[in-house]
Design a protein around this ligand. Structure first.
Ligand code: LMR
Length: 406
């Protein structure tokens, strides 16, 4: 049976979590998956989420009925305001079709599926999704899965451990008109390298000139700067300038709701009539795949986003996470540069933002860290900063120092 089915490789990120769990070494460190941990390496239930959950579960009117196909309106409306801004012209003009999705992955899939069916791929626009080089590994299989073959555009410059901005811009200029570009809205995964505001504006200008379509993936709003509005700046600026776009939104990281799969897809259209048609098609696609989305996490987020007090508390919780990560960046850089005098320049660790740091170490060095030091990280040298804490940062710095020295 199934003789012709080849064995698929294990997922490069999840397999690290499984291996870490099986490892009995006391000093093991998990810097693999992008999931927040507190200073004791434990998952953190945001206090605001605990509060909202208590309210929800004590509500005598709580039932277990199906949500509407496109999701809980109190959730999708608040989610749209969160990313687009409450005074967004697109929202005020009714030009946004928002639907609830199975977190950010589901939003990427649904957005990809919608483009696959309805984007005008004719007139010299190749059926290609341009992904940043590098990007979140899952993007490749998501776009392949919906029949839009992925290709890459220049993004990261290993020489500077920063943005390859000139090459990125030149690629945007030379790509066929109306190409689809998947762009990380903030806190780029895996590099932690984002364009500056000035660079974002130049990107927007070229995108508009060429008529490209921007497929924003926003999985880390709040994690880049600790401020939800600041991290939505690029998206809002692009919307204001009339760039054709959609946004995939996840609440896994900024609300610590990883397992609840809470997310949304927002497609911005040129008119409110188009938005109604777009939403009707998204409903068909959703119904055929998941019928209607899960209720629990959306109810929790709706409570938090629609209550001024809980919303303020959520912002404080996000700051707590972002600030702990920034402290770890500073401490890691200090240990490497000042104490251990590790060869090389480690300033990028404090310059990069969000959940991840792209250390710049090689595949061999990454593998050596895992095999010899029980430090789990992806083989591209990405580390999840949230896996570091006051108890393990020195151990990690020492191990990194050893592999760098060879
Ligand atoms: C990551 O890149 O580690 C996260 O986005 C988690 C995931 O689903 O891969």
């Amino acid at each position: 049976k199934w003789d012709s089915v080849p064995l698929a490789p294990a997922d490069p990120i999840y397999k690290l979590t499984y291996a870490y769990k099986d490892d009995t070494y006391p000093q093991k460190v998990n810097l693999g998956v992008g999931a927040y941990r507190d200073d004791n390496s434990k998952p953190w239930v945001l206090p605001v989420v605990k509060k909202a959950t208590d309210i929800l579960l004590n509500d005598p009117a709580l039932d277990h009925e199906y949500l509407p196909i496109t999701g809980l309106p109190d959730f999708t409306n608040a989610a749209a305001r969160l990313i687009l801004g409450p005074d967004s012209p697109a929202l005020l003009e009714g030009r946004v079709s928002s639907v609830q999705t199975i977190s950010g992955t589901g939003a990427n899939h649904l957005g990809g599926l919608f483009l696959s069916r309805f984007y005008r791929w004719d007139e010299g626009t190749p059926r290609v999704a341009y992904l940043s080089d590098p990007t979140w590994v899952n993007h490749f299989q998501i776009f392949r899965g919906v029949g839009i073959p992925p290709e890459t555009y220049p993004y990261y410059d290993p020489a500077t451990i920063g943005l390859a901005f000139d090459k990125y811009l030149a690629f945007l200029k030379s790509a066929p008109p109306r190409s689809v570009f998947v762009i990380h809205a903030c806190a780029h995964n895996p590099t932690g390298v984002d364009p500056t505001r000035e660079q974002w504006l130049q990107i927007a200008e070229v995108v508009l000139e060429r008529g490209h379509y921007v497929f924003f993936d926003s999985a880390y709003q709040g994690f880049a700067s600790g401020d939800l509005d600041a991290d939505a700046w690029a998206v809002r600026e692009f919307v204001k300038r009339g760039v054709p776009l959609l946004i995939c939104q996840s609440f896994a990281k900024n609300a610590g709701l990883y397992g609840e799969r809470v997310g949304a897809l927002h497609i911005v259209s040129p008119s409110s009539e188009a938005a109604v048609r777009v939403k009707s098609q998204l409903a068909i696609l959703t119904r055929s795949e998941i019928s209607s989305p899960p209720a629990y996490g959306a109810r929790v987020m709706a409570l938090i986003m629609n209550n001024a007090e809980l919303f303020e508390e959520w912002k404080r919780d996000i700051k707590t996470m972002a600030e702990r990560i920034i402290t770890m960046r500073k401490e890691l850089r200090r240990l490497l540069t000042e104490e251990l005098k590790t060869p090389g320049n480690w300033d990028h660790i404090v310059k990069q933002i969000g959940m991840f740091s792209f250390t710049g170490i090689t595949t061999e060095q990454s593998l050596a860290l895992t095999e010899k030091a029980h430090v789990y990280l992806t083989t591209n040298g990405r580390i999840s900063m949230a896996g570091l804490n006051s108890h393990n940062v020195r151990y990690f710095a020492e191990c990194l120092d050893k592999v760098v020295r060879g």
